[in-house]
Design a protein around this ligand. Sequence first.
Ligand code: 3H9
Length: 666
Amino acid sequence: MQSVTTQKIGNILVIVVNNPPVNALSWHVRQGLSDGVDQGLNDPEIEAMVLRCDGNTFIAGADITEFGKPPQGPDFNQVLRTIESATQPVVGAIHGTALGGGLETALVCHYRIAVPSAKLGVPEVKLGLLPGAGGTQRLPRIVGVEAAATMCSLGEPVSASKAASMGLVDRIAGEGSLAEDAIAYAKELIAVGPRATRDLPVKGDTAIIEQLKAANARKWKGFEAPYANLACVEAATKLPFDEGMAFERAEFMKLMGGSQSAAQRHMFFAERQAAKIDGLPKDLPLRTVNKVGVIGAGTMGGGISMNFLAKGIPVTIVEMVQENLDRGVGVIRKNYEASAAKGRFTTEQVEGMMALLTPSLTLESLADCDLVIEAVYENMDVKKEVFGKLDAICKPGAILASNTSYLNVDEIAAATSRPQDVLGMHFFSPANVMKLLEVVRGEKTAPDVLATAMAIGKKIGKVAVVAGVCHGFIGNRMLSTRQQPAMQLLLEGATPEQIDKVHTDFGMPMGPFQMSDLAGLDIGWHRDPSRVETIRDALCAAGRFGQKNGKGFYDYDAKRVGTPSAEALAIIEEFRATSNLPKREISEQEIIERTLYPMVNEGYKILEEGKAQRASDIDVVWIYGYGWPIYRGGPMFWGDLEGAGKIVEALERHGVAVAESLKAKA
Ligand code: 3H9
């Protein structure tokens, strides 16, 4: 099948792209576009051209799978120049998404018509790139500097109606009649003639550029691409078109050759790959989930419920005590109302979601639920008791999930007579916000139960990853290999602040000690102040429990902003003195080697044991569950960049048992 075909309808040449799934600009599409336009240019009967796409969408961008490979087929910019300089008017007819190189193609069409449901944007920044085929130079000539700078640096698409109000779309077509409407429009335009975007003046004020930088300073910390996008838009205001294009090209090549874009492109595919379950057919029939039960109305249970309510799925939430139930339901309402105050929901939507919530004090009310998620206290005996009861209460075929973050899902499943229906669904706090969902596949979990949990994860907006049963699954298992040496480094003379700074400079939202303070230092503490065996014991014995009581490794103010604590440092020093370890200077490199390299090592062990399906799934876990900077591509991708040899050498030097598969790679 040809990916680009042409059709002569009277004096109009219609060029149709058909390159499933998203009509990406693969080399053969560029070739086909070039040939199609040449056909129109060379046919004296043709007075206008229409460019449209078959399938679900207009061109959704360059073919990302071609990046980094030797170039093939015609140069994209050359193809675009040919379209733009056509002597007959060319109309871009847009449905679905016109993204990246797709929008750049639409921008060289002389006029654009779109269906109301279409979306237009330049999301390259999300791949660590910029629109490198004239997007940064042509957009300011059509929508002005303000809108162009915003679209390029944030990468969010705009709706067809917004695009029309900005001048990006010239006409709105009927939802089902784009092909005919585009031809009719092209006929009208014969009398008007072509309009090359490159010849239009740049409109607007560059003040927006500094405003965007200031407003997004935190979000963009460490990222190169947003700034490169803005530099290119600014160049459009200062340089003639061809020089602006050369500037854009140079900036694009810099980003394309750098590690940030490689990492972000890796994550684009990693995220999509994570949804695939090895060994299961894609079309495996799923179980129906129309009603969900959540056990526990605490922070986790409430957050989990909110995901389903927001998608219109009714939830029955169960607590043991009325007061706790009321508090939990109250928190859900308060969270939704806070979002409504920020304009994310209307009051009617809040009431609609709350109406889908049924609070209950009995597990029996879960009898008709299709999926029950248990989010009670993290204790095996308690969980087993709950699952034993669910086994007696729930209807046959209901999926029984535990939100445990560490415990053995097989043991929990064994408390029921239907282990095939049991799995883990591990949400991350705050569960209504964090995108990661670890779906823990038990030894006996049925394939359709696993596939349904993955699909429901996608439905509620999560990135779901399959994990195997092991202590802490993928994420928390790797986390503990970071926390333990971080504590050891304190004994050798490092400070919490020094170690945390290495992690935040690396791009993590917080370091190991800031995270401990957030979680609470007294979690799992034996509660005997006279028994001081670790630094944590010493801090707890002194009443330093973390953010919750304003003091932990750091001191916190009323807004929970932490500052280094003289008292905590003295407690650490006092405990350290008992360890007989000489105090020494610890370098940044050593902190990386001892706290980050072990995570990579653990990732390899997880893969060796088959507890993750693929290395990129581990990267997805860390990026969406723990805020690993996406421009570093996750621990496994980053480990490859660092080099297995370097990591193995350092781990062995520090006495860490190295995974065989990592050694083999070195
Ligand atoms: C660019 O254009 C640079 C230019 O400036 C040129 C400079 C010189 N290429 O997301 P889905 C695959 S950069 C190759 O699940 P949806 C995807 O991997 C590009 N493959 O569907 C998946 O494959 P599989 C700028 C691509 O309906 C399948 O298509 N453009 C591409 O949920 C379905 O994808 C972008 O960044 C691609 N460009 O969402 C847009 N796009 O089935 C990126 C998708 O094997 N794409 N695939 O897993 C998207 O945002 C979404 O895919 C889209 C559809 C919204 C289009």
